[in-house]
Design a protein around this ligand. Structure first.
Ligand code: FAD
Length: 517
């Protein structure tokens, strides 16, 4: 439908800036990337963030001289950041130094043995042989399968809008050929037999909120993505990427307003036309992009009368990813033997994941991921100190766990586990400490059920089945971020913003008074 914009938001706001106005709700990586892309396509962009700092899950906590990246630490697919810098005529490397990490992960099994998931292909093969010589050919086959899935899942499907059912039907032959109906663990198990190696090659789907025993094997593409471009750390912390994106937005004369919470997306004649903030202020816009959790966006920001597909009932019946418990702490001493990324596994794998995802109970045992940025970047702690965070996957808020009483016992258990495995004497050296629980995901970040990664990445909740990047409900409304296509993780949310290039009209067409819905 061709509609005429008679009173564009720009003119209504009386702004001197003649560009069409885009509002982005939320300043996660998806929202900041969307802002840069819209800024490069002729829009005056305003990002509205409810918290007092930008970055969403990637915001930064500073405490007692320590710097903590709250969320993402494993940076893959750096070219997705480079594209954003290039859109502004700049080079990423002039603003942010990405440093390659090796090993990608150091994985400790419950029997005390280790596996180094190495960057170098030959070194990685040695590790596989050390663990299970008979599995080397199967490992090579798995890598080939991962690359084939990557070619389709990432290169062809990742940045497609998937807003027609026909798009989904068209990719079914590829999905069948690549065995996308299998689970991540199922596909890995077709290739290698050693149970420890199956863990090493399948846990990565947890990085995007997916149980390897339920998530589509399409997520096996992560293995190739990591091998092809490496695992990186942003010097100064992931927060330096957030700051870099903020500077790009500033260079485009865009604005990021923190402490601005959107209560409602306003709709006129079937099109999003602005937002109302807590406190009553309304802002007009020519397009609205929500980077808030997609389930929350539909359940709470877009009134039910405007929704036909994403009804309350449908949102309530969807399956959501797990939540996370994160303990950030600094130590008065350094632990030089601890790698940048460590994973300390519990004895149970499948059963533990079933407790988290299916039974939704907080078990006594846990696997954990330990981040030690000071292994690469001493500037994250005072001299002679170390900065850490320990992260444990836990059930989301439908579990009914009372985190006000459960948090400290879990933190203490985490400390005991770390003392017994990788950080001897930890208790005597703690200089600072803070916690993040599912309550924070639910309340501070407005994620439905406190899910850390939005909708669970199941095949029946992927691509066309996920909330679309171009809203199915109203015109001029777009969605980016973990809860939409293609999904969670930094590469996923940056790609969701890239989809906008294909579906949002260029700002100049709106300014000229015409757009196509
Ligand atoms: C602890 C942790 C570790 C992780 N580690 C990795 C990793 O190593 N590598 C990786 O690739 N991925 C990792 N992830 C996943 C990755 O961080 C996320 O998938 C990604 O950052 C989410 O980005 P997003 O664009 O969806 O926005 P979010 O980060 O979810 O931000 C959304 C923003 O919207 C704001 N908002 C919500 N509602 C409103 C409203 N009504 N008004 C205004 N603002 C609103 C929120 O406050 C928030 O700031 C990790 C996640 C966590 C939690």
């Amino acid at each position: 439908m061709l509609t005429t914009v008679r009173d564009s938001a720009t003119r209504r706001a009386g702004s001197d800036d003649p560009r069409a106005h885009a509002i982005v709700i939320g300043s996660g990586f998806g929202g900041l990337a969307a802002a840069v892309r819209l800024g490069a396509r002729g829009y005056r962009v305003t990002v509205l963030e409810q918290l007092d700092t930008p970055g969403g899950r990637a915001r930064v906590f500073r405490q007692d001289g320590f710097t903590f990246d709250a969320g993402p630490t494993v940076i893959t697919a750096p070219f997705l950041f480079e594209q954003l810098w290039a859109l502004c005529g700049r080079r990423l490397r002039d603003d942010v130094e990405l440093r390659a990490i090796d090993p990608f992960y150091r994985i400790r099994f419950d029997d005390g043995t280790w596996f180094d998931y190495r960057a170098d292909g030959q070194a990685m093969r040695h590790e596989v042989v050390r663990l299970s010589p008979a599995d080397l050919p199967g490992y090579e086959r798995f890598l080939a399968a991962s690359e084939a899935i990557f070619r389709v899942g990432f290169e062809q499907l990742g940045h497609r809008p998937f807003d027609e059912l026909g798009d989904m039907v068209a990719v079914l032959p590829d999905l069948l050929r690549l065995q996308g109906w299998r689970t991540v663990h199922g596909l890995v198990s077709r290739h290698v037999r050693d149970p420890r190696l199956r863990v090493v090659l399948s846990f990565q789907s947890l990085l995007v909120g997916g149980n390897p025993f339920a998530t589509t094997a399409v997520y096996c593409l992560i293995a190739h993505l990591e091998r092809r471009w490496g695992v990186h750390y942003a010097m100064g912390g992931t927060g330096s990427l957030v700051r870099g994106l903020m500077q790009l937005i500033e260079s485009q004369n865009g604005a990021v307003r923190c402490g601005a919470r959107v209560d409602e997306i306003l709709v006129r004649d079937g099109d999003a036309c602005g937002v109302r903030l807590t406190g009553g202020e309304t802002l007009a816009a020519d397009v609205v992009v929500s980077n808030a959790d997609s389930a929350f966006t539909y359940r709470h920001l877009l009134p039910a009368r405007h929704r036909r597909r994403w009804t309350d009932r449908r949102i309530d019946r969807a399956r959501y990813s797990m939540s996370l418990f994160v303990w950030y702490f600094g130590t008065r001493r350094r632990y030089p033997d601890v790698a940048h990324h460590s994973i300390v596994l519990a004895a149970r794998y499948r059963e533990l994941l079933a407790d988290i995802f299916d039974h939704k109970i907080l078990a006594d045992d846990f696997s954990l991921y330990l981040h030690r940025p000071t292994a690469t970047d001493p500037s994250m702690a005072p001299p002679g100190h170390d900065t850490f965070y320990a992260l444990v996957p836990v059930p989301h808020q439908q579990s009914g766990v009372d985190w006000h009483s459960a948090a400290e016992p879990l933190r203490a258990a985490l400390q005991r586990r770390l003392e017994a495995t990788v950080l001897p004497g930890l208790g005597e050296h703690i200089a600072t400490s803070r916690l993040l629980t599912p309550i924070d995901f639910e309340n501070s970040l407005s994620s439905l059920h406190g899910a850390a990664f939005g909708f669970e990445p199941l095949l029946k909740q992927s691509a066309w089945f996920r909330p679309h990047n171009r809203s199915e409900e109203v015109g001029r409304l777009y969605l980016v971020g973990a809860g939409t296509h293609p999904g969670a993780g930094v590469p996923g949310v940056l790609t969701s913003a890239r989809v906008l290039d294909a579906i949002v009209p260029h700002g100049d067409t709106l300014r000229a008074g015409q757009t196509r819905r």
